[in-house]
Design a protein around this ligand. Structure first.
Ligand code: ATP
Ligand code: MG
Length: 320
């Protein structure tokens, strides 16, 4: 089978280390192997908040982050929901293929409702996994590089594809999730590192900002640094971050720090993160906002053609 890769991010803020080790590194690797679509999921911003916020600035930030980490617009189609109406139309037939109780059982949706800033849970919050099925299936995506929180959504997509095929004939392949080196990187507060939870180290943060964020992270009072995810989650989390950035085992780093305490641990982590991100940050500074916007316009046009083909096929299969 010829694979097609689809992934995406919500334009709710700049990308962070969780994205890098959860998904971006895989994308950069896979862009040489398969056709790839990267979605800026602008409509999904309003799943858990009442207004889209600084949406244009956030979209530019995402584009800059993508190109800075090494996504190549010559190989990858970068596009946004709101520019591809044909993709969004797929959501209508797809919604008819899942039940309300299937939607309300989704564990990621439950977690996001718990962290939502909305007074009431919107219909879009419940149904956005079906929208994500449209995201993946519009280009007949087969491989989906994502973090662990997205696994239930890829399951919904498989369900939608399977049921569509059963009801209307073989149109869609069943996609698979591809998880990164660290499918769930924790933030500086111990919860999932997230753009919207104030616990993330952004790829674009300055070295000083990075140092300040890590300085604020909680540790414990035991000066002997050990890697124990159960009993010392905060310390283990910093060791994990440093280990990912250095390409080394957290346990080895703990042995090296020995009884240097939290301060030495934070110094090592800060240096590891800043050294790792330095070339990415340097590339980002060389890019222009106007240049990356052109990349998006070209990607939108390509994605629209692809979506129109799939929508036509879907309507034909349904006899519309
Ligand atoms: P928000 O807080 O606005 O939801 P987010 O940080 O969760 O932002 P998304 O745009 O929702 O980021 O997710 C984009 C992709 O990055 C998804 O594939 C998701 O699984 C992955 N991802 C996000 N956070 C992490 C993390 N902490 N570890 C690994 N992967 C992650
Ligand atoms: Mg999220």
């Amino acid at each position: 089978m010829d694979h097609v890769v689809l992934t995406g991010d919500r334009p709710t803020g700049p990308l962070h280390l969780g994205h890098y080790f959860g998904s971006l590194a895989n994308r950069v690797r896979m862009q040489d192997e398969h056709p790839m679509y990267v979605l800026i999921a602008d409509y999904q911003v309003i799943t858990d908040r009442d207004r889209p916020g600084e949406i244009q600035a956030n979209i530019t930030d995402l584009l800059l982050d993508y190109l800075a980490v090494g996504l190549d617009p010559a190989k990858v189609t970068i596009f946004q929901h709101s520019a591809v109406p044909e993709l969004n139309q797929l959501m209508l037939p797809f919604l008819s293929l899942v039940s309300v109780s299937e939607l309300s059982r989704n564990p990621t949706v439950k977690d996001e409702i718990a962290h939502s800033s909305q007074a009431a849970v919107s219909g879009l919050m419940f149904t956005y996994p079906v929208h994500q099925a449209a995201d993946i299936l519009f280009c007949k995506g087969t491989l989906v590089p994502v973090g662990r929180d997205q696994l239930p959504h890829v399951e919904v997509t498989r369900l939608v594809a399977r049921r569509f095929n059963e009801r209307y004939g073989e149109v869609f392949p069943l996609p698979e999730a591809v998880m990164g080196e660290r499918p769930l990187l924790k933030g500086l507060d111990g919860g999932k590192m997230s753009k919207s939870r104030g616990n993330a180290i952004a790829l674009k943060a300055t070295e000083d900002e990075t140092a300040a964020l890590i300085r604020k992270a909680r540790t414990d009072t035991d000066r002997l640094i050990t890697f124990d995810e159960e009993r010392r989650p905060e310390v283990a989390n910093l060791l994990t971050l440093a280990g990912l950035c250095l390409g080394r085992k957290p346990r080895e780093l703990a042995d090296e720090i020995g009884d240097g305490g939290g301060l030495a641990l934070k110094r090592l982590t800060t240096d590891a993160v800043n050294d790792f991100l330095r070339p990415i940050r340097a590339r980002r500074r060389e890019l222009s906002a106007a240049g990356v916007r052109r990349v998006l316009e070209e990607g939108n046009a390509r994605a629209r053609e692809r979506a129109a083909d799939t929508l036509r096929e879907v309507r034909d299969a349904m006899g519309f």
